[in-house]
Ligand binder design. Structure first.
Ligand code: MV4
Length: 454
């Protein structure tokens, strides 16, 4: 097993990883920035080491600082969490070169899936269902127009180095493309230092459904269930569910098979997630693969009883994947509400500051993953996630009822949060019926703030 793990992250995920280490009886060191000196992860860790100033470029994204922290504390493995360096193939490569275990897939797998155009090509070759589009990045308007003539408008421009919607543009005509392409290229260059753009047919109003997999790198891959992730605002997920509501079982089986096949095709090892778009006609299409543990992993854990972070640690240590697809069963339904330090009444304006009062919900079916405590000061430097409320029920109705109950109990005072926004969504008749799509949140916000009819 691993001897000592360096946790190179902060917030709730640092705590989550620390708890998995404790469950496996592995000592853990938390690497923290000056802004997180008084954090719960630092307080609860076996050891803690400061890796630099608050700005993440100088701390959580600083590879030399993190490698040094592992060396100084005698850690033999690094867990990157999510965000920051979690999908940085260079960190994985450096770890391998200096004899540290990177808790995640090999650098080569991260690099393949991080290049979105290459990932698309590899997954197409593996036989995954794909939307029509370009197999390579396209250099200019003429090249894009030539693809558009074949697949038809609307098309979507995506950054090859991409993710997160940056560099993305929907284009509905040759004329629109003239301005959209340079804008997308400039945005991609600014965000990723790489302006390469590829093209796909644009699918209107799809659902975003992802499949959690676990792989051992030796050809054994299991699908641990899907998650409904359509409820997003500006490419940030707001609320996720497992299983996906109103999903036909043949579609679910298609998704699982595609994810398993995709993971096998690249010899993937560790936990990972395949993202798909689901069209209204029931067709599914590969969209992306994430090579990290994801924020929303707990809804899969509570519906399957599988501890994904423990598996990530065990596999990194070279232990065999003893799960069999036939023994994986999902029970009931889980909903995750992401509580952020944003003010829904002010266009989700972020607000940092002191949590003057805190009382987390509890009771049957409630799991709260959070780093908050009374007196906690939410720093302005990082993402605004405060807590993940994960509620389980025997069915979707019970999971919704328990989520409502838990949100009503939840006290976070001192700063504005999205707790009331989540209560609003859970109350919505369309949500209750499970009629979801990637347009749900934008349309819900429209309904809640009707235009002035003047
Ligand atoms: C798409 C799409 C429709 N058609 N690709 C958004 C984030 C990035 N990972 C890909 N995204 C999309 N790709 C094609 N060919 C629609 C989206 C999309 C979206 C996807 C998932 C969840 C929310 C979304 C919101 C807007 C657009």
């Amino acid at each position: 097993m691993l001897k000592k793990v360096l946790i190179a992250n902060r917030g709730e995920i640092a705590l989550r990883i620390l708890r998995a280490c404790r469950d496996l009886q592995i000592p853990a060191v938390v690497a923290y920035s000056e802004a997180d000196r008084d954090s719960l992860a630092v307080r609860l860790a076996d050891e803690a080491v400061c890796i630099g100033p608050p700005q993440s470029a100088r701390s959580y994204n600083n590879i030399p600082a993190i490698i040094s922290a592992a060396r100084i504390t005698g850690a033999d493995a690094i867990h990157p969490g999510y965000g920051f360096l979690s999908e940085n193939s260079y960190l994985a490569d450096v770890c391998a070169q200096v004899g540290l275990t990177f808790i995640g897939p090999p650098g080569a797998a991260i690099a393949k899936m991080g290049d979105k155009a290459l990932a698309r090509k590899l997954m197409k070759e593996a036989g995954l269902p794909m939307l029509p589009g370009s197999e390579e990045p396209l250099p200019n308007v003429r090249a894009v127009q030539s693809v558009a003539r074949k697949i038809g408008y609307p098309i979507i421009l995506k950054a090859a180095a991409g993710g997160g919607g940056r560099g993305m543009r929907v284009v509905r005509s040759d004329r629109e493309l003239l301005t959209a392409l340079p804008v997308a290229q400039a945005e991609a260059e600014a965000a990723f230092g790489n302006g390469d753009i590829y093209v796909e047919k644009y699918l209107e109003d799809p659902r975003h459904i992802e499949v959690q997999i676990i792989a051992d790198g030796k050809g054994h891959v299991v699908a641990v269930g899907e998650r409904e992730c359509s409820l997003q605002r500006r490419h940030q997920k707001v609320l996720e569910e497992a299983p996906a509501p109103n999903l036909r079982d043949n579609v679910r089986q298609t998704l699982f098979k595609a994810a398993i096949r995709g993971a096998k095709a690249i010899g993937y090892a560790s936990v990972g997630t395949f993202e798909f778009l689901l069209a209204k006609d029931g067709h599914v299409y590969f969209m992306d693969m994430n090579t990290r543990i994801q924020v929303e992993h707990p809804i899969t854990e509570v519906t399957t009883g599988i501890d994904l972070v423990k598996w990530q640690l065990r596999l990194a240590a070279g232990e065999p994947l003893t799960l069999d697809q036939r023994q994986i069963e999902t029970r009931g339904h889980a909903i995750e509400c992401r509580i952020t330090a944003e003010d829904p009444t002010r266009n989700f304006e972020p607000n940092a500051g002191t949590i003057t009062g805190f009382l987390g919900p509890g009771g049957p079916g409630v799991r709260l993953d959070t780093h908050l405590f009374p007196g906690y000061v939410a720093p302005p430097y990082y993402d605004s996630l405060l807590a993940k409320l994960i509620c389980w029920g025997k069915d979707r109705d019970e999971a919704i009822a328990r989520s409502e109950r838990a949100l009503q109990e939840f006290v976070i005072s001192g700063i504005k949060t999205t707790v009331p926004f989540h209560l609003g969504i859970l109350h919505d008749p369309l949500f209750r019926r499970g009629e979801l799509s990637t347009n749900f949140i934008p349309q819900y916000l429209e309904r809640m703030t009707p235009r002035d009819e003047g």
